[in-house]
Ligand binder design. Structure first.
Ligand SMILES: [Zn+2]
Ligand SMILES: [Zn+2]
Length: 144
């Protein structure tokens, strides 16, 4: 995608400018994303160098292979970034809640479907992957 999107955290102190890698969003239902967002993370993939985050952005390693970024003033979840060396290093998944109308992107897939709560589901035809399928793909190194 050539289109750039500009979004803001809840308090407006953090400005996030991205060029999405693709015109679609994906949802993650893993326990960490649900604790971090309060629901499920709906994010857009951004390649290294296509993200600019200004303001009081803080990051924290939340696993051996990734970190998460948030606004240190208001606590808004901003992004998940792969830190492990390999083909995905630096690939960032940015929370689409920062952008008006989710940047006009479409929800196309969901991962960690085996962790999705029984009480809700997204509408439409979505590609789904379980934790085992995600880990296999991540290890193979084709996609992200
Ligand atoms: Zn903020
Ligand atoms: Zn997740």
């Amino acid at each position: 995608m050539d289109k750039k999107l500009t979004g803001y955290c809840l308090c407006g102190a953090c400005e996030v400018i991205i060029r999405p890698a693709e015109g679609k969003m994906h949802a993650c239902h893993c326990d960490m994303c649900r604790a971090w967002t309060g629901s499920s993370l709906i994010a857009v993939k951004v390649l290294p160098g296509d993200l600019e985050a200004k303001g009081p952005v803080r990051t924290r390693a939340t696993s051996a292979w990734a970190e998460r970024g948030w606004c240190d003033d208001c606590g808004s979840s901003l992004f998940y970034r792969v830190t492990a060396s390999g083909p995905y290093q630096g690939v960032t998944h940015v929370a689409t809640g920062l952008f008006k109308n989710a940047g006009g992107l479409m929800l196309a897939s969901e991962i960690y479907t085996d962790y999705r709560p029984d009480g809700y589901a997204f509408a439409g035809e979505l590609r789904g992957m379980t934790e085992a399928e995600v880990m296999a793909k991540f290890t193979e190194g084709d996609g992200a």
